[in-house]
Design a protein around this ligand. Structure first.
Ligand SMILES: NC(=O)c1ccc[n+]([C@@H]2O[C@H](COP(=O)([O-])OP(=O)(O)OC[C@H]3O[C@@H](n4cnc5c(N)ncnc54)[C@H](O)[C@@H]3O)[C@@H](O)[C@H]2O)c1
Length: 297
């Protein structure tokens, strides 16, 4: 069954990897797709693939790393297809470096593409959707790295910001019939080359196919998902997960407000046992024995 007949979509960073798979499956479900990538030749190649399969697509080479580029991209969808119902913010980059060595340039390069790029594209798309008056869908791309991951201060911060923007936009845009969700995909792509492993001796490329992320995007884009907004999902391989959102956990009150002594007493008795795993690999809480300087050990 084709779920997206008549929808008009933009997928950023769709010249390869996960975005290419999104664009191809969206088109196979009847959407007309603007295939964006700063590598315009790769975007054009994906358009040729979609056209050969009988789908409707146009290529766009604007960089989403500027407000002007993002606005030109959304305008290109309106020019080509007359409007927009779906934006998939997918474009991304990496500049991994351990925290103590990370430079401003490495931090800013990742923040610009992921956070500002998603912000600019979503704002331009949502303004167009609001003007059209028939609602719409925005799907952002976060990552499990936003739980914390070694060497990814910039990327984890950016992907956490994208999750937080997702929650906020879902609240603000519901009144216009616009739903906003995010996925945390996994795939063997140029971005993760050499970084992936798979259980049971499988080759990573066999399990972590980029195409395995796209069905969730099609579903979230469809009207069947009308009751899904403000949610973040883990996807990839053979897995589909709902990512539990940050919320206040154990909450205590202290008459007249907390004093340092009351907090000292409460931490040992009530709070330490609450500390759970953090970081993308979900190990148990690692610091029950304390965090010590090297010369203390
Ligand atoms: N691969 C994974 O396991 C994984 C895991 C979690 C999240 N993600 C996220 O999924 C998304 C896609 O990643 P991928 O693995 O397919 O990587 P990829 O490198 O194959 O694709 C990213 C694409 O974005 C394009 N791009 C970069 N900057 C751009 C810009 N300014 N304007 C337009 N296009 C630009 C690149 O040219 C590239 O084609 C990214 O947001 C990434 O952070 C990937």
């Amino acid at each position: 069954m084709r779920l997206l007949e008549g929808k008009r979509a933009v997928v950023t960073g769709a010249g390869g990897g996960i975005g290419r798979a999104h664009a191809r499956l969206l088109a196979a479900h009847g959407a007309a797709v603007v295939v964006n990538d700063v590598d315009a030749a790769r975007a054009a190649a994906v358009v040729a693939e979609i056209s050969a399969a009988g789908g409707s697509a146009v290529a766009n080479g604007d960089s989403i790393a500027s407000r002007a580029g993002a606005e030109a991209l959304i305008a290109a969808c309106v020019d080509a297809f007359g409007g927009i119902e779906l934006l998939v913010n997918n474009a991304g980059n990496l500049r991994d470096r351990s925290f103590l060595k990370m430079s401003d340039e490495e931090f800013d390069a990742v923040w610009l593409v992921h956070v500002k790029g998603s912000f600019w594209c979503a704002q331009a798309a949502a303004r167009q959707m609001q003007a059209q008056g028939r609602g719409g869908v925005i799907i952002n791309t976060s990552s499990g790295s936003h739980f914390g991951n070694f060497g990814q201060t910039n990327y984890a911060a950016a992907k956490g910001a994208i999750a937080s923007m997702t929650y906020t936009w879902a609240i603000e845009l519901a009144r216009f019939g616009i739903r906003v969700n995010a996925i945390c995909p996994v795939a063997a792509t140029q971005m993760t080359h050499g970084l992936m492993s798979a259980p049971d001796g499988k080759a990573p490329e066999q399990l972590w196919l980029p195409e395995r992320n796209a069905p969730l995007v099609v579903y979230l884009a469809s009207e069947e998902a009308a009751n899904v907004s403000g949610q973040v999902f883990g996807v990839g391989g053979e897995r589909l997960a709902h990512i539990v959102q940050p919320h206040y956990g154990k909450t205590l009150t202290h008459d007249g407000g907390w004093t340092v002594d009351a907090i000292r007493e409460c931490f040992q008795r009530e709070m330490l046992s609450e500390f759970g795993a953090f970081g993308i690999f979900g190990k148990p809480y690692p610091f029950h024995d304390g965090v010590h300087a090297p010369d203390e050990e």
